[in-house]
Write a protein that binds this ligand. Structure first.
Ligand code: AMP
Ligand code: ZN
Ligand code: ZN
Length: 399
Protein backbone atom coordinates (compact mmCIF):
# COMPACT_ATOMS: atom_id res chain seq x y z
CA UNK A 1 0.00 0.00 0.00
CA UNK A 2 2.80 2.33 1.01
CA UNK A 3 4.61 1.52 -2.24
CA UNK A 4 1.56 2.33 -4.42
CA UNK A 5 0.97 5.55 -2.52
CA UNK A 6 4.57 6.56 -3.00
CA UNK A 7 4.56 5.95 -6.74
CA UNK A 8 1.41 8.07 -7.13
CA UNK A 9 3.09 10.71 -5.05
CA UNK A 10 6.23 10.72 -7.15
CA UNK A 11 4.24 10.82 -10.38
CA UNK A 12 2.80 14.06 -9.13
CA UNK A 13 6.27 15.26 -8.18
CA UNK A 14 7.38 14.67 -11.75
CA UNK A 15 4.32 16.43 -13.18
CA UNK A 16 4.73 19.39 -10.88
CA UNK A 17 8.33 19.75 -11.81
CA UNK A 18 7.31 20.34 -15.42
CA UNK A 19 5.09 23.23 -14.45
CA UNK A 20 5.92 26.89 -13.97
CA UNK A 21 3.83 29.65 -12.48
CA UNK A 22 4.45 33.04 -10.90
CA UNK A 23 1.39 33.36 -8.71
CA UNK A 24 2.95 30.83 -6.42
CA UNK A 25 2.23 29.30 -3.04
CA UNK A 26 4.80 28.31 -0.43
CA UNK A 27 4.24 25.64 2.19
CA UNK A 28 7.09 25.36 4.69
CA UNK A 29 7.12 22.60 7.29
CA UNK A 30 9.37 22.58 10.32
CA UNK A 31 10.03 19.17 11.80
CA UNK A 32 11.52 19.95 15.20
CA UNK A 33 14.97 18.40 15.62
CA UNK A 34 15.17 17.22 11.96
CA UNK A 35 18.89 16.43 11.96
CA UNK A 36 20.66 16.76 8.61
CA UNK A 37 21.41 13.03 8.25
CA UNK A 38 18.05 11.51 9.32
CA UNK A 39 16.82 11.21 5.74
CA UNK A 40 19.70 8.90 4.89
CA UNK A 41 19.93 7.22 8.31
CA UNK A 42 16.27 6.14 8.35
CA UNK A 43 13.79 4.70 5.89
CA UNK A 44 12.29 7.91 4.50
CA UNK A 45 11.41 7.21 0.86
CA UNK A 46 9.38 10.37 0.34
CA UNK A 47 11.96 12.80 1.72
CA UNK A 48 14.71 11.02 -0.20
CA UNK A 49 12.79 11.28 -3.42
CA UNK A 50 11.86 14.87 -2.66
CA UNK A 51 15.60 15.61 -2.51
CA UNK A 52 16.33 13.58 -5.63
CA UNK A 53 13.64 15.36 -7.65
CA UNK A 54 14.04 18.78 -6.06
CA UNK A 55 16.72 20.30 -3.85
CA UNK A 56 18.72 18.59 -1.13
CA UNK A 57 20.84 20.66 1.27
CA UNK A 58 22.09 20.98 4.83
CA UNK A 59 21.40 24.08 6.85
CA UNK A 60 23.27 25.33 9.92
CA UNK A 61 21.16 26.65 12.78
CA UNK A 62 21.95 29.89 14.59
CA UNK A 63 23.43 29.80 18.05
CA UNK A 64 22.03 28.58 20.37
CA UNK A 65 20.68 25.55 18.50
CA UNK A 66 17.41 25.59 20.45
CA UNK A 67 13.77 25.59 19.34
CA UNK A 68 12.53 29.08 20.13
CA UNK A 69 15.62 31.02 19.05
CA UNK A 70 15.84 29.12 15.76
CA UNK A 71 12.20 29.04 14.71
CA UNK A 72 12.10 32.77 15.21
CA UNK A 73 15.34 33.11 13.24
CA UNK A 74 13.77 31.14 10.37
CA UNK A 75 10.83 33.55 10.51
CA UNK A 76 12.83 36.80 10.69
CA UNK A 77 16.27 36.14 9.15
CA UNK A 78 17.82 37.58 12.31
CA UNK A 79 20.18 35.74 14.64
CA UNK A 80 18.81 35.32 18.18
CA UNK A 81 21.05 38.08 19.58
CA UNK A 82 19.31 40.46 17.16
CA UNK A 83 15.67 39.25 17.32
CA UNK A 84 15.67 38.93 21.10
CA UNK A 85 14.54 35.34 21.69
CA UNK A 86 18.05 34.48 22.86
CA UNK A 87 17.16 31.16 24.54
CA UNK A 88 14.19 29.03 25.53
CA UNK A 89 14.65 30.71 28.93
CA UNK A 90 16.16 34.09 29.77
CA UNK A 91 15.72 37.05 32.08
CA UNK A 92 13.95 40.13 30.77
CA UNK A 93 16.17 42.60 32.59
CA UNK A 94 14.07 45.77 32.29
CA UNK A 95 10.97 44.06 33.64
CA UNK A 96 12.62 41.65 36.05
CA UNK A 97 10.69 38.77 34.50
CA UNK A 98 11.71 35.39 33.14
CA UNK A 99 10.86 34.42 29.57
CA UNK A 100 10.28 30.70 29.26
CA UNK A 101 8.29 28.24 27.17
CA UNK A 102 6.22 27.23 30.16
CA UNK A 103 5.41 30.80 31.22
CA UNK A 104 2.50 31.81 28.99
CA UNK A 105 2.55 35.41 30.19
CA UNK A 106 6.13 36.10 29.08
CA UNK A 107 6.12 33.67 26.13
CA UNK A 108 3.21 35.54 24.57
CA UNK A 109 4.53 39.06 25.17
CA UNK A 110 5.02 40.46 21.66
CA UNK A 111 7.47 43.12 22.90
CA UNK A 112 10.15 40.46 23.31
CA UNK A 113 9.91 39.34 19.67
CA UNK A 114 11.98 41.74 17.58
CA UNK A 115 12.33 41.96 13.81
CA UNK A 116 9.75 41.37 11.16
CA UNK A 117 8.47 37.77 11.00
CA UNK A 118 7.69 36.64 7.46
CA UNK A 119 3.96 36.31 8.14
CA UNK A 120 3.86 40.04 8.95
CA UNK A 121 6.12 41.00 6.04
CA UNK A 122 3.61 39.13 3.86
CA UNK A 123 0.50 40.52 5.50
CA UNK A 124 1.79 44.10 5.33
CA UNK A 125 2.50 43.71 1.62
CA UNK A 126 -0.94 42.32 0.88
CA UNK A 127 0.01 38.62 0.74
CA UNK A 128 -2.23 36.37 2.82
CA UNK A 129 -0.35 34.12 5.24
CA UNK A 130 -1.21 31.28 7.63
CA UNK A 131 0.65 29.65 10.49
CA UNK A 132 -0.01 26.40 12.30
CA UNK A 133 1.83 26.62 15.65
CA UNK A 134 5.04 28.10 14.27
CA UNK A 135 7.03 29.52 17.21
CA UNK A 136 6.11 33.17 17.69
CA UNK A 137 3.06 32.97 15.45
CA UNK A 138 0.58 32.78 18.31
CA UNK A 139 1.99 36.01 19.76
CA UNK A 140 0.67 39.43 18.72
CA UNK A 141 3.86 40.98 17.36
CA UNK A 142 3.51 44.72 16.74
CA UNK A 143 -0.13 43.97 17.53
CA UNK A 144 -0.55 41.55 14.61
CA UNK A 145 -0.73 37.87 13.71
CA UNK A 146 -0.76 36.08 10.37
CA UNK A 147 -4.16 36.20 8.62
CA UNK A 148 -4.77 32.68 9.97
CA UNK A 149 -3.04 31.29 13.05
CA UNK A 150 -3.44 28.65 15.75
CA UNK A 151 -2.98 29.19 19.46
CA UNK A 152 -0.46 26.89 21.15
CA UNK A 153 -2.24 27.52 24.47
CA UNK A 154 -5.51 26.05 23.18
CA UNK A 155 -5.39 22.41 24.25
CA UNK A 156 -5.62 19.75 23.05
CA UNK A 157 -3.30 20.77 20.24
CA UNK A 158 -4.14 19.48 16.77
CA UNK A 159 -2.52 16.08 16.33
CA UNK A 160 0.23 15.88 13.73
CA UNK A 161 -2.12 14.42 11.04
CA UNK A 162 -4.75 17.06 11.95
CA UNK A 163 -2.18 19.75 11.20
CA UNK A 164 -1.87 18.46 7.65
CA UNK A 165 -5.67 18.54 7.40
CA UNK A 166 -5.53 22.15 8.56
CA UNK A 167 -2.99 22.99 5.84
CA UNK A 168 -5.35 21.45 3.25
CA UNK A 169 -8.32 23.34 4.68
CA UNK A 170 -6.44 26.64 4.41
CA UNK A 171 -5.34 25.96 0.86
CA UNK A 172 -8.86 24.93 -0.13
CA UNK A 173 -10.33 28.31 0.80
CA UNK A 174 -11.72 30.47 -2.02
CA UNK A 175 -8.99 32.23 -3.96
CA UNK A 176 -9.47 35.64 -2.35
CA UNK A 177 -9.18 34.15 1.17
CA UNK A 178 -6.52 31.55 0.47
CA UNK A 179 -3.05 32.01 2.03
CA UNK A 180 -0.02 32.06 -0.27
CA UNK A 181 2.30 31.25 2.61
CA UNK A 182 1.58 28.39 5.01
CA UNK A 183 4.05 27.62 7.83
CA UNK A 184 3.48 24.60 10.06
CA UNK A 185 5.32 23.16 13.05
CA UNK A 186 5.58 19.50 14.12
CA UNK A 187 7.14 18.40 17.46
CA UNK A 188 8.67 15.23 16.00
CA UNK A 189 11.34 13.89 15.68
CA UNK A 190 12.59 16.19 18.50
CA UNK A 191 10.42 14.60 21.20
CA UNK A 192 11.68 11.06 20.57
CA UNK A 193 15.19 12.38 19.87
CA UNK A 194 15.33 13.76 23.42
CA UNK A 195 13.91 10.73 25.16
CA UNK A 196 15.65 7.97 23.21
CA UNK A 197 18.62 9.65 21.52
CA UNK A 198 19.13 10.65 17.89
CA UNK A 199 19.89 7.27 16.39
CA UNK A 200 17.42 4.97 18.13
CA UNK A 201 14.50 2.73 17.21
CA UNK A 202 12.02 5.31 18.51
CA UNK A 203 13.52 8.28 16.67
CA UNK A 204 13.60 6.12 13.55
CA UNK A 205 9.90 5.37 14.04
CA UNK A 206 9.06 9.06 14.56
CA UNK A 207 11.02 10.09 11.48
CA UNK A 208 9.46 7.36 9.33
CA UNK A 209 6.03 8.49 10.52
CA UNK A 210 6.87 12.07 9.58
CA UNK A 211 8.01 10.85 6.17
CA UNK A 212 4.63 9.14 5.57
CA UNK A 213 2.79 12.23 6.79
CA UNK A 214 4.78 14.50 4.48
CA UNK A 215 4.15 12.07 1.63
CA UNK A 216 0.39 12.09 2.15
CA UNK A 217 0.37 15.87 2.54
CA UNK A 218 2.27 16.25 -0.72
CA UNK A 219 -0.10 13.91 -2.52
CA UNK A 220 -3.06 15.96 -1.30
CA UNK A 221 -1.36 19.23 -2.23
CA UNK A 222 -0.90 17.85 -5.71
CA UNK A 223 -4.66 17.38 -6.09
CA UNK A 224 -5.25 21.13 -5.77
CA UNK A 225 -6.00 23.00 -9.01
CA UNK A 226 -2.92 25.19 -8.50
CA UNK A 227 -0.65 22.23 -7.62
CA UNK A 228 1.96 23.26 -10.16
CA UNK A 229 2.43 26.60 -8.38
CA UNK A 230 3.25 25.15 -4.95
CA UNK A 231 6.76 25.33 -3.54
CA UNK A 232 7.03 22.78 -0.74
CA UNK A 233 9.85 22.97 1.82
CA UNK A 234 10.54 20.50 4.64
CA UNK A 235 13.21 21.56 7.11
CA UNK A 236 13.68 22.13 10.85
CA UNK A 237 15.30 24.13 13.62
CA UNK A 238 18.38 22.17 14.78
CA UNK A 239 19.83 18.67 15.09
CA UNK A 240 20.34 16.37 18.07
CA UNK A 241 23.26 14.64 19.81
CA UNK A 242 23.72 11.97 22.46
CA UNK A 243 24.02 12.86 26.13
CA UNK A 244 24.90 10.60 28.99
CA UNK A 245 24.73 11.14 32.78
CA UNK A 246 28.42 10.23 32.97
CA UNK A 247 29.08 13.50 31.18
CA UNK A 248 27.06 15.72 33.51
CA UNK A 249 28.45 18.61 35.55
CA UNK A 250 26.43 20.12 38.40
CA UNK A 251 26.40 23.93 38.84
CA UNK A 252 25.90 23.52 42.60
CA UNK A 253 29.35 21.91 42.85
CA UNK A 254 30.98 25.18 41.72
CA UNK A 255 28.69 28.11 42.51
CA UNK A 256 27.57 29.68 45.78
CA UNK A 257 23.84 30.37 46.06
CA UNK A 258 24.47 33.96 47.13
CA UNK A 259 26.19 34.70 43.78
CA UNK A 260 23.38 33.56 41.53
CA UNK A 261 20.06 35.31 41.02
CA UNK A 262 18.94 33.14 38.10
CA UNK A 263 20.53 30.15 36.48
CA UNK A 264 18.60 29.75 33.22
CA UNK A 265 19.37 26.13 32.72
CA UNK A 266 19.43 25.48 29.07
CA UNK A 267 22.13 25.12 26.46
CA UNK A 268 23.97 27.37 26.89
CA UNK A 269 23.30 28.12 30.55
CA UNK A 270 22.75 31.83 31.15
CA UNK A 271 23.76 32.89 34.64
CA UNK A 272 22.51 36.17 36.11
CA UNK A 273 24.49 37.37 39.16
CA UNK A 274 22.83 38.75 42.30
CA UNK A 275 25.34 41.63 42.32
CA UNK A 276 27.86 42.91 39.76
CA UNK A 277 30.74 41.97 42.06
CA UNK A 278 29.77 38.28 41.80
CA UNK A 279 30.11 38.11 38.03
CA UNK A 280 33.84 37.49 38.39
CA UNK A 281 33.25 34.98 41.19
CA UNK A 282 30.97 32.96 38.89
CA UNK A 283 33.26 33.34 35.90
CA UNK A 284 36.41 32.34 37.83
CA UNK A 285 34.72 29.38 39.51
CA UNK A 286 33.64 27.91 36.17
CA UNK A 287 36.54 28.97 33.97
CA UNK A 288 38.79 26.22 35.29
CA UNK A 289 36.24 23.41 34.86
CA UNK A 290 37.05 20.89 32.12
CA UNK A 291 34.40 20.46 29.39
CA UNK A 292 32.91 23.93 29.90
CA UNK A 293 33.41 27.02 27.78
CA UNK A 294 32.68 30.11 29.86
CA UNK A 295 32.36 33.72 28.77
CA UNK A 296 31.30 37.01 30.28
CA UNK A 297 28.52 38.67 28.30
CA UNK A 298 30.08 40.64 25.47
CA UNK A 299 33.04 38.24 25.29
CA UNK A 300 31.40 35.36 23.43
CA UNK A 301 33.43 34.54 20.27
CA UNK A 302 32.20 36.51 17.27
CA UNK A 303 31.37 33.41 15.17
CA UNK A 304 28.57 32.49 17.60
CA UNK A 305 26.89 35.91 17.06
CA UNK A 306 25.85 35.87 20.68
CA UNK A 307 26.38 37.69 23.92
CA UNK A 308 25.52 41.33 23.22
CA UNK A 309 21.76 41.26 23.67
CA UNK A 310 20.52 43.34 26.61
CA UNK A 311 18.94 40.28 28.22
CA UNK A 312 22.02 38.06 27.97
CA UNK A 313 23.19 36.36 31.16
CA UNK A 314 26.17 37.94 32.93
CA UNK A 315 28.00 34.68 32.31
CA UNK A 316 27.37 32.27 29.42
CA UNK A 317 28.30 28.61 29.95
CA UNK A 318 28.49 26.22 27.03
CA UNK A 319 29.41 22.58 27.71
CA UNK A 320 31.37 20.53 25.18
CA UNK A 321 29.15 18.53 22.86
CA UNK A 322 27.55 15.60 24.66
CA UNK A 323 28.04 17.22 28.09
CA UNK A 324 25.35 18.83 30.22
CA UNK A 325 25.56 21.42 32.99
CA UNK A 326 22.48 21.04 35.17
CA UNK A 327 21.55 20.46 38.80
CA UNK A 328 18.79 17.97 37.87
CA UNK A 329 20.19 14.50 37.11
CA UNK A 330 19.89 13.46 33.46
CA UNK A 331 19.15 10.09 31.94
CA UNK A 332 20.74 8.93 28.66
CA UNK A 333 19.11 10.41 25.58
CA UNK A 334 19.52 13.33 23.23
CA UNK A 335 19.82 17.09 23.38
CA UNK A 336 20.82 20.15 21.36
CA UNK A 337 21.80 23.77 21.91
CA UNK A 338 25.52 23.35 21.22
CA UNK A 339 27.84 25.32 18.97
CA UNK A 340 26.17 25.57 15.55
CA UNK A 341 29.38 24.61 13.76
CA UNK A 342 29.15 21.03 15.13
CA UNK A 343 27.53 18.79 12.55
CA UNK A 344 25.18 17.03 14.99
CA UNK A 345 23.37 20.39 15.28
CA UNK A 346 22.84 20.73 11.52
CA UNK A 347 19.44 20.52 9.88
CA UNK A 348 18.06 18.78 6.79
CA UNK A 349 16.57 20.94 4.05
CA UNK A 350 14.46 19.52 1.21
CA UNK A 351 12.48 21.59 -1.27
CA UNK A 352 10.49 20.92 -4.42
CA UNK A 353 8.34 23.06 -6.65
CA UNK A 354 8.39 25.36 -9.67
CA UNK A 355 10.95 27.80 -8.26
CA UNK A 356 13.48 25.18 -7.15
CA UNK A 357 16.06 23.37 -9.22
CA UNK A 358 15.35 19.75 -10.11
CA UNK A 359 17.70 17.08 -8.83
CA UNK A 360 20.15 19.50 -7.21
CA UNK A 361 22.35 18.65 -4.25
CA UNK A 362 24.09 21.53 -2.59
CA UNK A 363 27.45 20.51 -1.11
CA UNK A 364 28.08 23.43 1.23
CA UNK A 365 25.86 24.20 4.19
CA UNK A 366 23.93 27.45 4.30
CA UNK A 367 22.87 29.53 7.31
CA UNK A 368 19.26 29.45 8.48
CA UNK A 369 19.12 33.27 8.46
CA UNK A 370 18.80 32.88 4.67
CA UNK A 371 15.34 31.25 4.86
CA UNK A 372 13.63 34.61 5.41
CA UNK A 373 15.07 36.24 2.26
CA UNK A 374 14.39 32.98 0.38
CA UNK A 375 10.71 33.01 1.40
CA UNK A 376 10.45 36.71 0.52
CA UNK A 377 11.82 35.90 -2.92
CA UNK A 378 9.40 33.00 -3.46
CA UNK A 379 6.47 35.20 -2.47
CA UNK A 380 7.61 38.32 -4.32
CA UNK A 381 8.01 40.30 -1.08
CA UNK A 382 10.39 43.11 -0.24
CA UNK A 383 12.39 41.73 2.73
CA UNK A 384 13.03 43.75 5.88
CA UNK A 385 16.72 44.12 6.84
CA UNK A 386 18.09 40.83 8.18
CA UNK A 387 21.28 38.84 8.81
CA UNK A 388 20.85 36.48 5.83
CA UNK A 389 21.08 36.99 2.09
CA UNK A 390 19.28 35.57 -0.91
CA UNK A 391 22.66 35.27 -2.64
CA UNK A 392 23.74 32.55 -0.22
CA UNK A 393 20.88 30.30 -1.37
CA UNK A 394 20.35 31.53 -4.93
CA UNK A 395 21.87 28.34 -6.34
CA UNK A 396 18.86 26.38 -5.01
CA UNK A 397 16.57 28.31 -7.33
CA UNK A 398 15.57 27.25 -10.82
CA UNK A 399 16.74 30.56 -12.27
P1 AMP B 1 13.47 22.33 22.99
O1 AMP B 1 13.58 20.99 22.38
O2 AMP B 1 13.77 22.31 24.46
O3 AMP B 1 14.28 23.39 22.30
O4 AMP B 1 11.94 22.78 22.87
C1 AMP B 1 10.99 22.03 22.17
C2 AMP B 1 9.65 22.24 22.80
O5 AMP B 1 9.10 23.49 22.41
C3 AMP B 1 8.66 21.20 22.33
O6 AMP B 1 8.47 20.29 23.37
C4 AMP B 1 7.39 21.98 22.07
O7 AMP B 1 6.33 21.45 22.83
C5 AMP B 1 7.69 23.37 22.56
N1 AMP B 1 7.03 24.36 21.71
C6 AMP B 1 7.05 24.45 20.38
N2 AMP B 1 6.30 25.49 19.94
C7 AMP B 1 5.79 26.06 21.03
C8 AMP B 1 4.93 27.18 21.25
N3 AMP B 1 4.47 27.92 20.23
N4 AMP B 1 4.64 27.49 22.52
C9 AMP B 1 5.13 26.78 23.56
N5 AMP B 1 5.94 25.72 23.42
C10 AMP B 1 6.26 25.35 22.18
ZN1 ZN C 1 13.58 22.27 18.41
ZN1 ZN D 1 14.46 19.71 21.51
Amino acid sequence: MKRIALSVCLLWVAMASLAVGRDSYTVIISLDGFRWDYVEAFDTPFLREMGNQGVKATMTPSFPSKTFPNHYTLATGLVPDHHGIIANKFKVRDENKVFSLSNDETRTNGNYYGGDPIWLTARNQGVTSATVYWVGSDVAIKGQHANYWRDYQEKPLLTLPERTNEIMRLLSLPENERPHLVMAYFEQPDANGHTYGPISAETRQAMEQMDSLMCSLWMRLMTLPFAADINFIVTGDHGMTWVNPERQLFPKDYLKNEWVELLANDLPTLIYATKPKYVDSIYNALKKVDHLRVWRRGEVPAYLNYGNNRNMGDVVVLPDIGWVFDNTPWTPGGTHGYDQTLSDMWVAFRAIGPDFKHGYTRQLTFRNVCIYPLLCHLLGLQPSPCDGTLDEVRDLLAQ
